[in-house]
Write a protein that binds this ligand. Structure first.
Ligand code: S3P
Length: 180
């Protein structure tokens, strides 16, 4: 294992849309007595509009710039559990900041699980229109290598939010005091 400085964060959650990063992150933070920060929510607060609206009116490129800034802010305060949007970890700069901040947990989910969890959700601009299943499979395949750079993976298929949160906390516990 290579050594990497840790920036004093409690945990970073990454993974595809619908993997449960926000719901699980909230529970993990509560159990650890840590502050929870959802990068998408920070972006929406700063922009005064929803992610969907940002994509529609300003485009993905502008959103990705906002995301970089929100991540810089997120990791500037120690102790947090940070949930990053599904595309955030693809950017090398974001990846460096997040891995330098805290153990990165990849919440994995199969395409079937993601499709089922987001079946009535219209808030994800990247999944709107066309063949949603093909889009999920394609995006997931293209992102797998980046997600694989997480420190640990938790398979969320068939698990409840509380079960996933329990596994995340157990994994964080076993990593305590260790550096990658
Ligand atoms: C995105 C995921 C979304 C949000 C935006 C783009 C992505 O966050 O950041 O719609 O590229 O996968 P969630 O993963 O929380 O849905």
């Amino acid at each position: 294992m290579t050594r990497r400085p840790r920036g004093g964060g409690a945990a970073v959650l990454i993974g595809f849309m619908g993997a449960g990063k926000s719901s699980v992150g909230r529970v993990v933070a509560r159990r650890l007595g840590a502050e929870f920060l959802d990068v998408d929510v920070s972006i929406e607060t700063a922009a005064g509009r929803s992610v969907r609206e940002i994509f529609a009116s300003q485009g993905e490129e502008v959103f990705r710039e906002m995301e970089k800034e929100a991540i810089r802010d997120a990791v500037s305060v120690p102790g947090r559990v940070v949930a990053a949007g599904g595309g955030a970890f693809l950017d090398p700069g974001n990846r460096a900041l997040l891995t330098g901040y805290a153990p990165v947990v990849f919440l994995d989910a199969s395409p079937e699980t993601v499709i089922a969890r987001l079946s009535r959700d219209a808030s994800r601009p990247l999944l709107q229109g066309g063949d949603r299943e093909a889009r999920v499979r394609d995006l997931m395949a293209r992102r797998r290598n980046s997600y694989a750079e997480a420190d640990v993976t938790v398979d969320t298929d068939g698990l409840t939010v509380l079960q996933v949160a329990g596994r995340v906390i157990a994994l964080l516990g076993t990593r305590k005091g260790r550096r990658k």
